[in-house]
Structures are given as structure tokens and as C-alpha cells.
Ligand binder design. Structure first.
Ligand SMILES: Nc1ncnc2c1ncn2[C@@H]1O[C@H](COP(=O)(O)OP(=O)(O)OP(=O)(O)O)[C@@H](O)[C@H]1O
Ligand SMILES: [Mg+2]
Length: 252
């Protein structure tokens, strides 16, 4: 078979923070090209720690991560960071330039893009998230939800192989939350989305994995997982009041 390598392959990934706290205990996860997968799990499960390994911000204590066949390792970091677009849990970790335009241009410019091509790339990314008219504003003058949208644009501008979002819907108003869902659905890209917003996972991701206590505790169809009351309880996952996952048509 000559099919493309998986967008993401995580094998036996273990990690302890420098203070000795071990957060990951042998994570196994494969995400095929074009899949949209939700990464669920309670506070402290290790979700953000896992995300920080996907572009080499943290270095595996044991095990490996590959992105489209390329190992995440020091020698490949520039290419890995072009392939893996991460929208961080806190947009303030991502936005640091004097204007929105410069923030969105930063990645493509670092990859060598210049002039009209760069301007067009930036405009397109900002337009997709409805923030084109904010291009000349300083990011720190924007609301949290607006900063989140700009953070998404900085990543879209890189046209990554895999888009990783850490709680993308938190602090978005309902219209922005739906607009972000529309954007994610329209992209022809692999998506790994960390979320506590279970209806959002069901709406966007046919498949979910549950990370709990630093290991993958479940991996399957999102609707099946959300209907498994024992699994949900065991991993502190709770549906919003009145939400019945069986009442929603699962995505294909
Ligand atoms: N810099 C750090 N030093 C030491 N321990 C850390 C550090 N960052 C996180 N941890 C610990 O590692 C574990 C996993 O944290 P992580 O942030 O990955 O959880 P999470 O699943 O993203 O949680 P949340 O849903 O609250 O965002 C937690 O027990 C946390 O206390
Ligand atoms: Mg987190």
C-alpha cells in the first residue's frame, strides 16, 4: 500500500516535568491524514503536556512522536513547526508582536515568505476568522475571544499538516464558537482538538480519545464514548445539563 503516513503517531510517550512530577505514562495515539479527533480528559490528565510534545516544546522522556513520518527531534524542529500548528490554551502565549498583522505574518515570514504573497496569506487567514479589520490593532487591546481567533489565524497562515487546538471553544461566545466549528469543518487538514466541550467534540470529531492519568483510557467513536456512562463517570467527563448525545446526528 502507498497510502500517506499518519499525520501523527505517538508511541510509548512518557514524560516527567523537571520537578519530578510524571504527567505521561506511555501514550499511544495514531491519527490518520484528514481525521478530526477530540482529545478528552479531566483537568490534570496530561492533555496539554501531550500537545507540547507534538512540536517539540517538550522533549519525550521515553517513546516517540512522528508527524507525517518525520520524527519530532531537535534536528527537524523547523520543519516540524511548519507541519504542526498549535493553538495554545491561552492566546497570550501565542501573540507577542505589536500588531495582529505582524503576529499572523510571523510564522510564514520565518519560513521565508515575503511581499505580496505574505500579505495575501495573512489577509486570507485573518479573513477566515473574521478578524481582517483588526489587522493593525495591537493584540493586547483585543478581547479574549478576539485574541483566540487571531491565535487560530496565526496557525492557519502556516497551512499545517496537522492543526492542534487546546480548548478552542473556551471563552468564545456562541456565534464565534459556531463560526470556529465552520472554519474547522471547511479545512482540508488533520485536526486534534483538546476540549472539555463535549457537544463540540461530538459536532466536529467523529473519533475521540480519552486521556486520563497520563494514558489513553479509551479510543473510539465520539458518540459511543459519550454514551458510555461508566467510562464518562470514571474519567470525570460530564455532559451539559439536558444534553443527550444520542439526539445529535454524529458527523461522518
Ligand atoms: N510545569 C510543570 N511542572 C510540574 N508539573 C506540571 C507542570 N505543568 C503541568 N504539570 C502537571 O502535569 C499534569 C498534567 O498537566 P496538564 O497541564 O498536561 O493537564 P491537562 O490535561 O491539560 O489539564 P487541563 O484540562 O486543566 O488543561 C498535572 O498534574 C499538572 O499538575
Ligand atoms: Mg490543559
Amino acid at each position: 500500500m502507498t497510502s500517506a503516513p499518519p499525520s501523527l503517531q505517538v508511541s510509548g510517550l512518557a514524560y516527567a516535568y523537571p520537578d519530578g512530577h510524571q504527567a505521561l505514562f506511555g501514550v499511544e495515539l495514531t491519527v490518520a491524514r484528514g481525521e478530526r479527533v477530540a482529545l478528552l480528559g479531566p483537568n490534570g490528565a496530561g492533555k496539554t503536556t501531550l500537545v507540547l510534545h507534538l512540536n517539540g516544546i517538550l522533549e519525550a522522556g521515553a517513546g516517540s512522536v512522528t508527524v507525517a513520518g518525520l520524527p519530532v527531534a531537535k534536528a527537524n524542529l523547523a520543519e516540524i513547526r511548519r507541519r504542526v500548528g498549535i493553538v495554545f490554551q491561552d492566546p497570550d502565549d501565542q501573540l507577542f508582536m505589536p500588531t495582529v498583522r505582524e503576529d499572523v505574518a510571523f510564522g510564514p515570514a520565518a519560513a521565508g515568505m515575503r511581499g505580496a504573497e505574505l500579505a495575501e496569506r495573512v489577509h486570507r487567514a485573518l479573513d477566515r476568522v473574521g478578524m481582517a479589520e483588526f489587522a493593525d490593532r495591537p493584540p493586547h487591546h483585543l478581547s479574549f475571544g478576539q485574541r483566540r481567533r487571531v491565535a487560530v489565524a496565526t496557525v492557519l497562515a502556516m497551512e499545517p499538516e496537522i492543526l492542534v487546538l487546546d480548548e478552542p471553544s473556551s471563552n468564545l461566545d456562541p456565534a464565534s464558537r459556531r463560526e470556529l466549528a465552520d472554519i474547522l469543518r471547511s479545512l482540508d487538514v488533520t485536526v486534534l482538538m483538546v476540549t472539555h466541550d463535549l457537544p463540540y467534540a461530538l459536532e466536529l470529531c467523529p473519533r475521540s480519545v480519552v486521556l486520563s492519568g497520563g494514558v489513553i483510557a479509551a479510543d473510539g467513536g465520539t458518540q459511543n464514548l459519550l454514551c458510555d456512562q461508566e467510562l464518562m463517570r470514571e474519567h470525570r467527563l460530564e455532559l451539559p445539563f439536558g444534553f443527550d448525545p444520542r439526539s445529535v446526528t454524529a458527523p461522518v
